[in-house]
Design a protein around this ligand. Structure first.
Ligand code: FMN
Length: 414
């Protein structure tokens, strides 16, 4: 019976344990978590989502305070088009977050940066170029292009000195999305080094509509695999979404996957950024509590615990401090939803907004509990104490369980 450890992911001469811990924004996949994956010979991700906030938390910088100060005059205005990111500060924050993480890296693995296109930041192209280039400048081993089709992303950095040496990959949920990306990127004469195929059971935003349940990861992976073979393209495929045990992973590796990307099992580790009380909600979740809804202003369906404080919360939009989801005209669908409720309920101090959520504020505060479909199985991965709480795991324990387990077994902590 095979184990994940019987396989290796090959990048040129480099061999890695074929386990990738997926990016989990806003600092849920922390530097500590990514560094553990690298130390153990796999690949970890940090995310550049809300990087100024993350830098402030990690390095005591004042990026968010300074931005709020600059735009404070606009807080009561529903037109947010004036609220812009200072590109120099964006580069500085990215450089700090990525650079310090890379300096701390030990061991044979790699650390990549998860970069979501849907963070449009009121100037999609300019901010994305700075984010990508600064991550490369700061020495990231690679960048995973996420949450979006990224049709122009390679072109944005094709002149960067590291464009051909850093590992660059893309997340897709269909063959069509991959074909589109390859066609649009062909001019740069560079293939992605890996393709993450994310199925409908993943955490975070889904690359499917509300009919996500009709789709199946194994079928999508097989279809993309067959097409790559027919095109004689040798690009490692990395399935993601619902791979809960080492045996789940082996079944993909045996069919030719280069590695697997996993995330949900690491949400209940010490190295993960979620506060411990939130982690207990993840442990205790029932299947019915895991929902896919459309409250994300990105327009993509998102999976989360139905008990997330973000659902229904009607807080004032916080774009002057954050503003990561403002489109190129300075709009965000939460602002519209919020204003509609204010109009419907004049004089009410605290409105409830069910339609959309203020993603920036709630992700920043760990109040939007996004999670994978199998979160309800996390309780099988740890021990319950007398107080009803579960033991928080170490990332090493979960990583090694994926790497060495057989027979669909889940190793409990010692
Ligand atoms: C809490 C959480 C947050 C996530 N955030 C992101 C994100 O910011 N960007 C992204 O590309 N994927 C995100 N994902 C998706 C994961 O990177 C990963 O591909 C997927 O969840 C793997 O499936 P699994 O959780 O069933 O193992 C997130 C997943 C979780 C569980």
């Amino acid at each position: 019976m095979k184990r994940v450890d019987d396989f290796r992911l090959h990048f040129g001469k480099q061999e890695l344990v074929p386990i990738v811990i997926g990016g989990m924004g806003v600092d849920i996949s922390t530097a500590d978590l990514a560094l553990e994956a690298a130390r153990l010979g796999g690949i970890g991700h940090i995310s550049d989502a809300m990087v100024k906030t993350v830098a402030d938390r990690r390095f005591n910088t004042k990026f968010v305070k300074d931005k709020l100060k600059q735009y404070k005059y606009n807080v009561a205005n529903s037109d947010k088009s004036v609220v812009q990111f200072d590109l120099g500060q964006l580069a500085e924050a990215t450089s700090l977050h990525v650079g310090r993480t890379m300096e701390a890296k030990r061991g044979p693995g790699m650390v990549f940066v998860n970069c979501m296109e849907k963070l449009t930041m009121n100037a999609p192209k300019e901010t994305l170029r700075v984010r990508l280039a600064s991550a490369l400048d700061a020495g990231a081993d690679g960048i995973t292009l996420a949450a979006g089709l990224h049709l122009g992303s390679f072109a944005l950095i094709e002149d960067h000195p590291r464009f051909r040496d850093a590992k660059l990959g893309i997340i897709v949920s269909s063959l069509r999305a991959l074909q589109l990306f390859l066609r649009k990127s062909a001019r740069t004469n560079r293939m992605p080094d890996y393709v993450v195929v994310e199925g409908p059971l993943a955490g975070g935003h889904l690359g499917f509509g509300m009919d996500w349940a009709k789709y199946d990861l194994a079928t999508i992976v097989a279809e993309i695999h067959a097409w790559l073979l027919a095109e004689k393209l040798d690009i490692p495929l990395i399935p993601a979404g619902g791979i809960f045990t080492g045996s789940d992973a082996v079944s993909f590796l045996e069919k030719g996957a280069g590695a697997v990307q996993v995330a949900t099992r690491f949400t209940v580790t010490r190295e993960c950024g979620l506060p411990e009380d939130v982690q207990q909600h993840y442990f205790k979740a029932s299947e019915e509590e895991i929902v896919v809804n459309q409250i994300s202003p990105t327009g993509y369906p998102m999976r989360m615990l139905s008990s997330s404080p973000a659902i229904g919360s009607g807080i004032r939009p916080n774009c002057e401090a954050y503003g990561y989801l403002l489109d190129s005209n300075g709009n965000c669908s939460y602002i519209d939803a919020y204003n509609r409720q204010l109009e419907l309920h004049p004089g009410v101090k605290k409105v409830s907004v069910m339609e959309k959520t203020c993603m920036c504020t709630h992700m920043r505060n760990f109040d939007l509990w996004t999670c994978g479909h199998y979160t309800y199985r996390l309780k099988d991965t740890s021990r319950k104490g007398a107080d009803g709480n579960y033991e928080i795991l170490s990332a090493e324990h979960v990583f090694r369980d994926y790497q060495f387990s057989t027979d669909n077994k889940l190793a409990l902590p010692d």
